[in-house]
Write a protein that binds this ligand. Structure first.
Ligand SMILES: Cc1ncc(COP(=O)(O)O)c(C=O)c1O
Ligand SMILES: N[C@@H](CCOP(=O)(O)O)C(=O)O
Length: 352
């Protein structure tokens, strides 16, 4: 019988802190495609693949962490979860909490999350609170709430989040047959870069892969604390998902960068939007702006002659473009021709 995907906890049970007797809260996350990017590959002189995490149930990589965080919450007997969010964590927490029958409370920076993400949290029934502050300040509030009230924090400071998210690294190795030479991803609160490094190390230590990749992280220039070397107070970028100035997993991200012999650099908003458009038009993958940052970083590295010829490079594109259509369409002509119900008119308008 064909293998039926059962979500990351069931698929990687031996490598996660759960056992078969646990009630697994899953929406079938993981098992996302690794897609060859032909044009970008020939342009940068390497074999480039995108790991399309926008294919997860709520449209982002957060679902890998949320299945494990919410499974543990249910195991612990808690009834309410809380998170701060730039949008994707709240969408994911709200969906998994709904599935598990839990209350979900969400703090978001006012006016700074994409409409699709806000819609997700609302339709899944979360209690949404807008804060007149940024993501970092929202995170401070929810940390304190979870310390003082019977509420479980499901941001990536919850260690079960990283456990789940590390499975994306396992999948990449499983899909390629070995670890890539370089793995690239956007960096915001820095949970994901930490989780990938954990996953790549664990698979290498277990002998599943023969090597560990270099980790190349990419931030938005207006929200690049790792690049300037310290937290920043007022992060700003069109890539609202990574509009973060005080990453919670600072030390783990630095370790991922340094132990792997990699780097964390910044790209402009213009480069991010251009990479987003290229991914859509050339690869057929529609991502949200933050997710295009690694592609922008790769193109910049190639222009600087820093991409090893023939290397295998995987790039995690973290979230689905459908979450933020306003940004994707901004500045584009969105006025398709209108014709009568007539084949000749269709042919004429198409110049056939
Ligand atoms: C779409 C998207 N990409 C990238 C990131 C960055 O991930 P991390 O916060 O784990 O660094 C986030 C969230 O921060 C996100 O929502
Ligand atoms: N982009 C994130 C922000 C951080 O969330 P984390 O819980 O993964 O650290 C979001 O979608 O909210």
């Amino acid at each position: 019988m064909a293998h039926v995907w059962r979500g990351i906890i069931n698929e990687y049970l031996d490598l996660l802190p759960f056992d078969a007797a646990d009630r697994i809260v899953t929406l079938g996350e993981g098992g996302t495609p690794l897609i060859y990017a032909e044009k970008i590959s020939s342009e940068v002189g390497a074999e480039v693949f995108v790991k399309f995490e926008g294919m997860n149930p709520t449209g982002s990589f957060k679902d890998r962490g949320m299945t494990s965080a919410i499974t543990q919450v249910v195991k612990d007997g808690d009834h309410t979860v809380v998170c701060a969010s730039t949008g994707n964590t709240s969408a994911s927490a709200a969906a998994y909490a709904a599935h598990a029958g839990l209350r979900c409370v969400v703090m978001i920076p006012q006016g700074k999350i994409a409409a699709g993400k806000m819609a997700q949290a609302i339709v899944h029934g979360a209690d949404l609170v807008q804060v007149d502050g940024n993501f970092d300040e929202c995170l401070d509030i929810v940390r304190e709430l979870s310390e003082n009230y019977p509420i479980a924090l499901v941001n990536s400071v919850n260690p079960y989040r990283l456990q789940g998210q590390k499975t994306a690294a396992f999948e990449i190795v499983d899909q390629l047959g070995d670890a890539p030479d370089i793995h690239m991803l956007p960096v915001g609160n820095a949970g994901n870069i930490s989780a990938y490094w954990m996953g790549f190390k664990e698979y290498a230590d277990a002998g599943v892969s023969t090597r560990r990749p270099k980790i190349w992280g990419v931030q938005a220039a207006g929200a690049a604390p790792f690049v300037v070397g310290h937290p920043i107070k007022d992060p700003e970028t069109v890539a609202t998902a990574i509009r973060i100035g005080k990453p919670a997993s600072w030390d783990l991200a630095i370790a991922a960068r340094d132990e792997s012999g990699g780097w964390i650099r910044a790209v402009t908003d213009e480069a991010i939007l251009s990479a987003q458009a290229r991914l859509a038009a050339e690869v057929g993958v529609f991502v949200e702006p933050a997710s295009a940052a690694p592609i922008a970083g790769l193109l910049a590295a190639a222009a600087a002659g820093e991409v090893p010829r023939g290397a295998t490079i995987t790039c995690t594109v973290t979230g689905n473009g459908l979450k933020d259509t306003a940004t994707a369409l901004a500045g584009r002509e969105v006025n398709p021709a209108v014709i009568p119900v007539d084949v000749d008119a269709a042919a004429a308008v198409l110049g056939l």
